[in-house]
Design a protein around this ligand. Structure first.
Ligand code: BES
Ligand code: MN
Ligand code: ZN
Length: 493
């Protein structure tokens, strides 16, 4: 997709779809009046009849019938316009893309006059919206709707100057999108396809290029490495586990070394502590943390950040069987800690503990883990917002900021020291569940036992990893949540 910036009036742009974002206050403004004159009053008439008020999320499509060089005009409502942030631009881009697809348009002209935000950030957000809105998972439909590719996006307004910064921002947004789509694909794939072995193969296939190497450890190697949590969870399965290690080394000296650890439960039935049927319906999502790391790291050869990054993804399904781990079993970890398993459905923390302990041995500057870890975090923050926990306030704030710019909401939850009492075990050092309340926190506290004192953040993405319904930027299913925040973080360290 080619992106251009032009110093041009709306009535001169020759394109398939002319997208014009409008605030409620601009509905009778100069631009729309001018366009209306060219359209011989038809636009004003349509705005009146359809009661288009430019409220947020609304849009009005108008066919210009040769009265403008653009074939179709799309007004995209921005609402009151008090708070137009990167996310508003992202949604406006997504909306334009949706209409473009519906019209079979191959080119979009985008009237671009951001006021508050930086121009580059806004342009990047529009491009990101256009790229992400195109995503669909059609592999398993007998009749697929073909997606029309957008060949060109032209940003325009009188006086708009193309600049390196604008072009770079737009280019960066396009570079990230395939990583998000890859993470979505991996989550959307049925759980009997996405086995641990498959996830390893996908990591190998997609994490290629300069600076990237992938190792996929099989069960024997996992035993040698003493990854006891992963082996314990895998005991119920007929599929072998895998432990995926993805390494990225920049050219020249790295500014920082970062470890990313992702939960890779390819299907979470709960194990012997079996989930009810309804709760299992979406449990193919339980490798979304690992998928986000594969998605983000797959783009590093293109983005080339000056940091060393190692991705660790323990992966298996969590199933009950005669050989499955039992409530009451104790796991001995490679850092010497022991964990009593009282609920086999609290399995994510058991496999992440291996990943964290292993990563900590290399003493990275930062460790960041992503996991669809607790229903409790969804209860607290809902479907749009991930919980973030950290043992360093500056790291939490940095990640929250990256998330804000990237359009991924993170909200900090506390590592309440007092609650460590809740995960004390009567036979081992700790147990894998806490009391009735604060489940997201007690899960985070268990993870903290495995990070030594390395600066660490834990993102509980149980809510936002999977969309329950279609939205402008993403259809129902895997969202690729985390990829954009991680990329932002790695490229701005
Ligand atoms: N994978 C789930 C968490 C989850 C729930 C993610 C819903 C996305 C949507 C996790 O392994 C789990 O089962 N957690 C339990 C922990 C409990 C047994 C302490 C939970 O949240 O109920
Ligand atoms: Mn579980
Ligand atoms: Zn789980």
């Amino acid at each position: 997709m080619e992106v251009k910036f032009r110093d041009q009036q709306a009535e001169h742009v020759r394109t398939d779809l002319l997208a014009v974002p409008v605030k409620e206050s601009e509905i009778e403004g100069a631009l729309l009046r001018r366009l209306d004159r060219r359209l011989r009053g038809g636009l004003a008439e349509r705005i009146r009849r359809s009661r288009f008020t430019a409220s947020e999320g609304s849009a009005l499509l108008y066919t210009t019938s040769g009265m403008l060089p653009a074939a179709n005009l799309l007004l995209v409502g921005l609402g009151k316009g008090e708070e137009i942030d990167a996310d508003s631009w992202r949604k406006a881009g997504a909306r334009a893309r949706k209409e473009a697809s519906a019209q079979g348009a191959r080119e979009i002209g985008f009237f671009f006059a951001p006021d508050k935000d930086g121009e580059s950030a806004a342009a990047a957000a529009v491009v990101e919206g256009i790229s992400l809105a195109a995503y669909q998972f059609e592999k398993y439909r007998s009749e697929r709707k073909p997606a029309t590719a957008i060949q060109r996006v032209t940003f325009f307004r009188p006086g708009l100057k193309s600049s390196d910064a604008l072009a770079r921002a737009a280019g960066l947004a396009q570079d990230i999108a395939p990583g998000v789509c890859l993470a979505r694909d991996l989550v959307n794939e049925p759980p009997s396809v996405t086995t641990a072995r498959f996830l390893g193969e996908q990591a190998r296939r997609h994490c290629r290029g300069r600076g990237l190497t992938v190792e996929v450890w099989n069960k024997k190697k996992i035993q040698q490495m003493k990854l006891a949590g992963l082996l314990a969870v895998n005991r119920g399965s007929v599929e072998e586990p895998r432990f995926i290690v993805i390494r990225y080394k920049p050219q020249g000296k790295a500014k920082k070394r970062v470890a990313l650890i992702g939960k890779g439960i390819t299907f979470d039935s709960g194990g012997l502590s079996l989930k009810p049927a309804k709760s299992m319906e979406t449990m193919k999502l339980d490798m979304a943390g690992g998928a986000a790391i594969i998605g983000a790291m797959s783009r590093l050869p293109v983005l080339r950040p000056q940091v060393e990054v190692t991705g660790y993804i323990p992966t298996t399904d969590n199933l009950p069987s005669g050989s499955a781990q039992k409530p009451g079993d104790v796991i001995r970890y490679l850092n010497g800690k022991t964990v009593e398993v009282l609920n086999t459905d609290a399995e994510g923390r058991l496999i992440l503990a291996d990943g964290l302990a292993l990563a900590a041995k290399e003493k990275p500057d930062y460790m960041i883990n992503l996991a669809t870890l607790t229903g409790a975090c969804m209860v607290a923050l809902g479907n749009e917002v991930a919980g973030i926990f950290s043992n360093r306030q500056a790291l939490a704030e940095k990640l929250i900021g990256c998330g804000r710019e990237a359009g991924e909401k993170l909200w900090q939850l506390p590592l309440v020291k007092e609650y460590r009492e809740e995960i004390k075990s009567s036979v081992a050092d700790i147990k894998n569940i806490g009391g009735s309340y604060g489940g997201a926190i007690t899960a985070a506290l268990l993870l903290q036992e495995f990070v030594a004192d390395i600066p660490w953040a834990h993102l509980d993405i149980a809510g936002p990893a999977f969309a329950e319904k279609d939205s402008p930027l993403c259809p129902k299913g895997g969202t690729g949540f985390g990829v954009r925040t991680l990329v932002k973080f790695l490229t701005t360290l």
